[in-house]
Every structure is written in structure tokens, then in C-alpha cells.
Design a protein around this ligand. Structure first.
Ligand code: HEM
Length: 409
């Protein structure tokens, strides 16, 4: 089979076909480090196996994140991009000092203290659906739950929640005509969106500086780097990365979880009967959905990988979605199995940039899946789901579901 490189990275292709599993299968088998020159995008090496992705991710001094983590389209290359640097686009040692600013807020213990917020948010979104009916689960559940959790921990007022959501969607969905801000000039639109974010976050920072509390927002407002107060741009960038990295990813993992259980009802029954499988079920959701589809790296020096010579400046695209179906690592990788063990998925990346919010994401997904397992009488597709037009953070744009839930968990 010929692999069309546009299938690997073209947002429209993902909208139409979903993740390119057939192409990845061929690449894993025949050419795991594959040179791609897709029409309309930067050229890159497609890295598709679990082992090669962990090898690359373990060497951040050689495979850099500083040139950006998203593959650019030719159109994006001709216009200036948003310039706010955040920790996800930094290399060590700078990356480590930035990460240290908040890493204590994301430990299992710190996330454990958010249990009440996370649980009540999940219960509320499911309660709001009523006992039975039909709805778009992206709109009613997958979007709302992480929004409530993240805005709460970031100190965003309730009345700004929807605004925050709209801005993030416009920021991340710029390739999707249904999601992006209406403006003929998308560069100007990006500038406007950033300015509106800045206004919102600046208010929170000022508030926490005046009245410190025991929360993440206060940690950011009072943050120091190498002994000096963190600059305004850096602080705002930090807020932005936490919200943007945390919302769309969790949202897509949640809609993917609901869809997986609707398509595999026996797995949901099994979970209801065996609640001790909850944590392996959540890991399987993360593997299955792989909502962060890839990350880009740029090579800082010539090197050899699996016998191939790669040149300084070459770009590599690490396809986590492919690694998470790698048949050398996972038995029956195309089977959704909530008891899968071991499950060394790369849904949160690997090593240096391993997802800072992994424990929070797990807690948020667990809270919803617990509600589903405890309360579902029936859960089935009520129409064809649609995909987002994105190849980076991927998932459903709509998920029509017919449901019947017991009212009290
Ligand atoms: C299901 C949900 C999530 C998935 C699948 C996910 C996935 C990922 C992946 C694959 C990376 C690695 C980036 C790289 O290698 O360059 C990453 C990094 C990151 N994630 Fe998540 N993430 C999720 C939820 C969250 C949440 C809830 C937060 C925070 C509130 C968060 C914050 C971050 C941050 C700050 C980074 C950058 C870490 C660094 O550069 O050191 N993520 N995430």
C-alpha cells in the first residue's frame, strides 16, 4: 500500500477519515521511520513505533521542542505565529525550571485534594441529562466537565467559563471553519483571541497577588524563576498552556470513552460488575483515544536512528496514536479491553515532557466513567459522530447518543 503523507497530517483528512490506522500499520511494518513530503505541509520523518518514540523522547537535548510541537501547513509558514513561549516548547535546562514552578500542584496527593470538585462536576453533568433521552455528548458532557474542573483550579469566574471555552476552541480549532473565529484575516483573529485571554488572566493574577489563596492560581501569580518573579508574559503563557493543554485533550478523551462504551456495552457491564477494573479501564481509554495524536521535534545535530541518517534541522513527528496500536507492544491492539495489563501506552507522551496534568486528566476521566458504570441502563449511538478537523489534538466534534441513566449514583 502506498502511504499518502497528507493522510497522516491533513486536518481535513482527519475530519473525513479519522486517524490513519491503515497507513500507520503499513509504516510500522515496512518503514517505521518514513520520510514525508506532504503537499501543503512541512516535510518530516514519521515516527510510528512505540520503541522509536520512546528513544526520541528520551533525548530532549538532541530532539528539540523549541522549534514548535505542531507541524505547520504551508499557509501557516507564511504568516507570523503566536509567539508566547510555554514550557511545552522549551528544552532542558530551561524547561525543567519552568516545570518546577507548578509541578507540586500536579502530584497525586495534590490532585487527590481536588477529589470533591472533580466528582461533583462529573455528577452534575450527568444529572443534567435527566433519566433518559438523546443528546450530543461532546456538547453536554465532554466539554463541560473539564471546563468546570480547569476553570475552578485556575481561578476563572463562573461567568467567564463559556467565554474561556470559546476562546480556546477558536485558538486550537483555527484549521476548522466551524470552530475558528470568523475573520478573513486569521492572523488578526489570532491576535484578538490572545488579547482577550490576556485580559481575563491578568484580572486573576492581580486578584491573587492582592489576596493569596491556597490554589494553583496563587502559585502562578506568585511564581519565581531562578529567584526572580516570573514575567507577566511568562505567567500568562503558563495559564494558557495549562488550560489549552488540559481542556481539549480531556474533552476528546471523554467523548472517546463514551463512544467506546456505547460501541462496546459488554465492557461497561464488566466495569459495573468489577469496579476494581476502574484504573485499568481509564488507562485503556487513554490508549484507545490517544487524543494527543502527535508531537513534533526538530533535530539539533546529525544522527542515526534505526540505521537511517537524519540531518540537523530535520523535523520528526512522533505519532502517539500509532505507538498506542503497536502490535509489538500490545496484544490485540485494536480490541478495547478495560482489563488490559500491562498497558504501556504513550497517551501522555514520555520522559522529559510527560504530561504535567496526567493525574488530573486521569481523575477527571475516572469521575465520568464511574458515573457511567454506576448509572447506565442503556447507552447507544443515535447518529453518525463527526470528527474535528484537526490532526494534532484529535477526536469527535459531535457524538449523538441515546441514553437511559439511573438517577442516583
Ligand atoms: C486526556 C487528557 C490529556 C492528554 C491525552 C494529554 C497528553 C499530553 C501529551 C502527549 C503531552 C506530551 C507533550 C510532549 O511530549 O511534547 C502532554 C504535555 C503536557 N500536558 Fe497533557 N494531556 C492531557 C491532559 C492534561 C491536563 C488536564 C493538563 C493540565 C491541566 C495538561 C497539561 C500538560 C502540560 C503543561 C504539558 C507540557 C509538559 C512539559 O512540557 O513538560 N495535560 N500532555
Amino acid at each position: 500500500m502506498e502511504v499518502d503523507a497528507v493522510d497522516l497530517v491533513g486536518p481535513d483528512r482527519y475530519a473525513r477519515n479519522g486517524a490513519p490506522h491503515e497507513a500507520w500499520k503499513v509504516l510500522r511494518r515496512e518503514d517505521p521511520i518514513h520520510w514525508c513530503e506532504p503537499d501543503g505541509f512541512e516535510s518530516f520523518w514519521a515516527i510510528t513505533t512505540h520503541t522509536d518514540i520512546t528513544t526520541v523522547s528520551s533525548q530532549p537535548d538532541l530532539f528539540s521542542s523549541e522549534e514548535g510541537i505542531v507541524l505547520l501547513s504551508s499557509q501557516q509558514l507564511t504568516v507570523p505565529q503566536q509567539q508566547m513561549r510555554t514550557l511545552i516548547e522549551m528544552d532542558p535546562p530551561e524547561h525543567r525550571s519552568y516545570r518546577k514552578v507548578t509541578s507540586h500542584c500536579f502530584t497525586p496527593k495534590a490532585i487527590g485534594s481536588l477529589h470533591e470538585i472533580v466528582t461533583s462536576s462529573a455528577r452534575n453533568v450527568i444529572d443534567a441529562l435527566g433519566a433518559e433521552g438523546e443528546c450530543d455528548m461532546v456538547e453536554q458532557v465532554a466539554k463541560r466537565h473539564p471546563l468546570r474542573v480547569l476553570t475552578t483550579i485556575l481561578g476563572v469566574d463562573r461567568e467567564d467559563e463559556e467565554r474561556m471555552l470559546e476562546l480556546t476552541q477558536q485558538l486550537l480549532g483555527s484549521a476548522d471553519p466551524d470552530l475558528r473565529r470568523e475573520n478573513d484575516d486569521q492572523t488578526a483573529a489570532l491576535g484578538e483571541i490572545m488579547a482577550e485571554f490576556v485580559t481575563m488572566f491578568d484580572r486573576i493574577i492581580q486578584d491573587r497577588r492582592a489576596q493569596p489563596r491556597d490554589d494553583l492560581a496563587t502559585v502562578l501569580a506568585a511564581a519565581h524563576l531562578e529567584g526572580c518573579p516570573m514575567g507577566v508574559t511568562e505567567t500568562l503563557g503558563y495559564y494558557l498552556i495549562l488550560f489549552t493543554a488540559g481542556h481539549e485533550t480531556t474533552r476528546n478523551a471523554l467523548s472517546g470513552a463514551i463512544e467506546a462504551f456505547a460501541r462496546h456495552p459488554k465492557e461497561l457491564e464488566r466495569l459495573a460488575q468489577h469496579p476494581e477494573l476502574m484504573s485499568s479501564a481509564v488507562e485503556e481509554v487513554l490508549r484507545w483515544t490517544s487524543s494527543v495524536n502527535y508531537m513534533k521535534r526538530t533535530l539539533l545535530r546529525d544522527t542515526v536512528l534505526r540505521g537511517r541518517t537524519l540531518k540537523e534541522g530535520d523535523r520528526l513527528v512522533l505519532f502517539y496514536g500509532s505507538a498506542n496500536r503497536d502490535e509489538r507492544v500490545f496484544d490485540d491492539p485494536f480490541v478495547f479491553n478495560i482489563a488490559r495489563h500491562p498497558n504501556r501506552h504513550l497517551g501522555f507522551g514520555y520522559a522529559e515532557h510527560f504530561c504535567l496534568g496526567a493525574h488530573l486528566a486521569r481523575a477527571s476521566i475516572t469521575a465520568v466513567v464511574k458515573q457511567l458504570a454506576a448509572r447506565t441502563n442503556a447507552l447507544e449511538l443515535a447518529g453518525e459522530p463527526q470528527n474535528m478537523a484537526s490532526s494534532f489534538v484529535i477526536g469527535r466534534k459531535t457524538l449523538p447518543i441515546r441514553y437511559s441513566f439511573a438517577l442516583v449514583a
